[in-house]
Design a protein around this ligand. Structure first.
Ligand code: SF4
Length: 209
C-alpha cells in the first residue's frame, strides 16, 4: 500500500458521545477527538475501523469532532471513574490539535473529574500541554510510539508523522518534568523494522529517560 499526499480534507462534525467503552483490559474508556489521522501510517489498524471516505484516502482526510468537550463535560459527571485512553483510533495530537485544542480541553475536564488519563501519540505537539499534564501528573501518563530509530524506515511506514528524534526529545522533556512516560514499540513488521539492533536501541534509549 502506498499513500499519496494529495489535498488534505478537514471536516467538522458533531459527536454524539465522547467516552467510548474500551475493549482493552488496561482501559475503561477511550476518547477520540478526531476521526482519521493525518499521520497516515501504512500499518494503522484504525484504517479498517473508519468509514470508506476516510479509510480510502487514509492520511488525507480528518474529521474534527468539534463538540466533544461539551459532551465530555456531561459524561465526566455521570460516568463511573476509570482509566481513559486518549486516543485509540487517531493520534490525539494530529496537527490540527494546535488549532482545535480538543485533546487539551478533554485532558483538563477528565483530570478535574478524577479520571486517570493515559495519552498515546507520535507528536511533540503534546509538549504544548506539559503545564496541564504536569499539574495532574499523579493521574496522567504519556506514551510515544516508536517503531524504529531509523528515520528512513519511519518515513516509509509512517510517512507524515513527526520524526523519531522529535518524539525522543519530547519523551525526555516530559520525563525531566516528573511525568510518567512510556514507549510503545509496535508493530514489528517482518523485514521492515524487525532488526534486533534497532529494537535494542529503542530499549536502550528508554532505559536512559
Ligand atoms: S499515528 Fe496512530 S492513529 Fe495515526 S495513522 Fe499512525 S498508527 Fe494510526
Amino acid at each position: 500500500m502506498h499513500i499519496n499526499r494529495k489535498k488534505i480534507i478537514i471536516n467538522e462534525i458533531n459527536a454524539k458521545h465522547a467516552l467510548g467503552i474500551s475493549g482493552m483490559k488496561e482501559l475503561d474508556y477511550t476518547l477520540n477527538p478526531y476521526l482519521g489521522c493525518l499521520h497516515g501510517c501504512l500499518y494503522c489498524y484504525a484504517i479498517g475501523m473508519n468509514p470508506k471516505n476516510i479509510a480510502g484516502d487514509w492520511g488525507n482526510v480528518l474529521y474534527v469532532r468539534k463538540n466533544i468537550t461539551e459532551i465530555l463535560q456531561m459524561e465526566a459527571k455521570k460516568y463511573k471513574k476509570g482509566i481513559v485512553g486518549i486516543s485509540s483510533i487517531t493520534d490525539p495530537y494530529n496537527p490540527v490539535e494546535g488549532k482545535y485544542r480538543l485533546t487539551r480541553n478533554s485532558i483538563e475536564i477528565l483530570a478535574k473529574n478524577n479520571f486517570y488519563v493515559t495519552l498515546q501519540t507520535k507528536s511533540p505537539l503534546a509538549l504544548r500541554d506539559i503545564d496541564i499534564i504536569k499539574k495532574y501528573r499523579n493521574i496522567i501518563d504519556i506514551g510515544y510510539t516508536i517503531t524504529t530509530m531509523d528515520e528512513k524506515i519511519k518515513d516509509m511506514i509512517e510517512p507524515y508523522s513527526p520524526s523519531v528524534r522529535s518524539r525522543m526529545r519530547a519523551l525526555k522533556k516530559f520525563s525531566e518534568n516528573g511525568i510518567k512516560t512510556w514507549i510503545f514499540i509496535g508493530p514489528i513488521i517482518k523485514n521492515i523494522n524487525d532488526n534486533l539492533n534497532d529494537i535494542y536501541n529503542i530499549i536502550e534509549f528508554a532505559s536512559k529517560i
